[in-house]
Design a protein around this ligand. Structure first.
Ligand SMILES: C[S@@+](CC[C@H](N)C(=O)[O-])C[C@H]1O[C@@H](n2cnc3c(N)ncnc32)[C@H](O)[C@@H]1O
Length: 394
């Protein structure tokens, strides 16, 4: 069954992301063919044809989920709200055998809680099915076949279908989890923000589960963000177009090889095992080389190398003296990585000051709920003033 279309086939979507990544996401969506991208809070709204749902889910590195707007309406009481949802032809997307769930956000409306709105909307959909087919569909909050999102602001509601299912940061290459990982979407954004395009080697000396290395290698090899992922919400909709989905996946232009190498190391053998398992799942063993090493002894294989790492925060991994540790990392970068650039992400602002290098880039990012700073350094030998002068002259 075809999706519900406007006369000109233009559909309206919202892609969610982390705070601070909205501009990256808007640029990425525009490159995928989205029109009228508007930056909202932790999301980007955009327009385009139906195929954009598949494209955005498969190619976007910076989206956490993609919502497809089905209707927007105003309401003044529960009855009007219920009727608007009841009128929505949900049977175009789900059959009686499918499960469903409604997630709601609610700001300044007649509803005291989003949960109340979600339950009312769920009842409206179920009642519609009972009237049409004589039975109510089952609700499955954990793994529904069809997930509705309701955004309610004052007396206006927007009803969306969640096309992604599980959050898109779940790329499908993590076979084992590190206890303090950087989110895949954040790691992809860090690589993008660094300006690195695969022109030099890439090294993570505290690689944990290898998230940053895998995201960097995926970008260098042009591997789509969703390449390893098996499931998306839209695949369970009645209108799923398997042929279009195949065409979109086949449009990816993955490179066979790149001229650079990726190096990961960690001090902890069991974390290295996790990294190896993830790299192997991503089939990137030929590109990402790993060894056990203390980051304070790290060196580049070639200069320049881009160093990007997520040192222990103290909050989630115990380090005896975190400030002293960051200071030693700063010394290692300064002494061993002259001619390279380095980027660190940490939620420990105080410890970051102890790195003792002057950052030329500082961005606020969120690793999930955790507010972090992503800082970049140009590494050079000798005096900073001479370096800056030389940079200006050259
Ligand atoms: C925050 S975790 C990195 C998580 C990683 N970015 C990921 O997504 O899985 C920090 C890592 O630093 C490692 N580490 C701590 N001290 C180290 C040291 N002296 N040398 C090398 N690695 C170290 C820890 O073993 C841990 O895996």
């Amino acid at each position: 069954m075809p999706p519900i279309m406007n006369m000109d086939n233009t559909q309206y979507f919202v892609a969610k992301t982390f705070a601070g990544l909205e501009p990256l996401l808007a640029d990425e969506l525009t490159a995928l063919g989205a029109r009228n991208c508007r930056i909202l809070s932790r999301s980007v709204s955009f327009e385009g044809d139906f195929g954009l749902i598949y494209k955005a889910n498969y190619f976007s590195r910076f989206a956490l989920r993609v919502l497809w707007r089905q209707k927007s309406f105003t309401f003044n009481n529960n009855r009007q709200f219920y009727e608007q949802i009841f009128d929505f032809p949900a049977e175009q997307f789900m059959g009686m055998g499918n499960t469903m769930a409604v997630h709601a956000t609610n700001v300044d409306s007649i509803f005291k809680t989003p949960l109340f709105a979600a339950v009312l909307a769920k009842d409206a959909v179920c009642d519609r099915f009972r009237d049409l087919f004589g039975e109510r569909p089952d609700v499955d909050r954990d793994d529904p076949d069809v997930q509705f999102h309701l955004h309610i602001y004052q007396n206006e509601a927007q009803l969306f279908l969640d096309s992604s299912g599980e959050s898109l940061h779940k790329r499908g290459y993590k076979v084992r989890n590190h206890p303090a990982p950087v989110n895949e979407v954040v790691a992809a954004a860090m690589v993008k923000l660094s300006g690195w395009h695969g022109e030099c080697d890439f090294q993570d000396p505290m690689c944990g589960g290898a998230t940053i290395l895998i995201e960097a290698a995926m970008q260098a090899l042009n591997i789509p963000a969703g390449f390893y992922r098996r499931e998306y919400g839209f695949q369970r909709w009645k209108n799923f177009d398997a042929q279009k989905w195949r065409q979109i996946r086949q449009s990816a232009r993955i490179l066979d090889d790149v001229d650079v190498d990726f190096y990961g190391s960690d001090i902890n053998n069991s974390f290295l095992d996790i990294a190896r398992a993830n790299v192997s799942k991503a089939r990137l063993e030929d590109f990402i080389h790993m060894e056990k090493r203390d980051a304070r002894q790290a060196k580049p294989a070639r200069v320049p190398t881009l160093v990007m790492t997520n040192p222990p925060y103290g909050e989630r991994l115990e380090v005896e003296d975190i400030n002293e540790f960051y200071s030693e990392i700063g010394d290692t970068l300064k002494n061993n990585f002259s001619g390279c650039r380095a980027f660190l992400i940490s939620s420990d602002m105080d410890a970051l000051k102890h790195v003792g290098l002057k950052p030329n880039m500082k961005v606020k990012l969120y690793n999930g709920q955790l507010e972090c700073r992503f800082v970049g350094y140009d590494l050079f030998s000798g005096d900073r003033r001479n370096y800056v002068k030389h940079q200006k002259e050259s």
